[in-house]
Design a protein around this ligand. Sequence first.
Ligand code: NI
Length: 177
Amino acid sequence: MEQMKLTIIKYPHPVLREKAKEVLELNGELADLSRQMLEIMYSANGLGLAANQVGFLKRLVVIDMGQKKGRPEPMVLINPEIIEREGNIVGEEACLSVVDFASDVERSARVLVKAIDLNGKELNLEAEGLFSVCLQHEIDHLDGILFIDHISPLKRSLYKRKLKKLLPALGIAEKRW
Ligand code: NI
């Protein structure tokens, strides 16, 4: 694959609302896309990134929970699926695709996620705390769901009003609203 120039797509672009399709073939292009997604995620200081956010409707997410410890632990999850959930947790979330906003979101406290890696190896991830939240946030992206869908309608409309004023400065076309 040619060196792509990935950019992080911002809300309210409609691609963020589309459902990503199951990955059926593991190949070099997918490995290349994953590597470039990790790069762009690191340069934006994110913990996770879903393929929708760079315009690819594939069920692929990259996550690195090791950055805060100064020890990178890049993970590539293909066709990830939450198979069990337990408890509740509330924590502040933000998103590389949702500019200038953060809010508390309620999530499952613990999740069990099944996925495969780039070699087709099956992964079973038991996650809690921030890792659990991150997995839920990224897997939501693959279904066209954003963290702002989990906040109160009032908070959401306040954010939309604020964003509408920001859109021209951000170079985001309002017709995509
Ligand atoms: Ni996000």
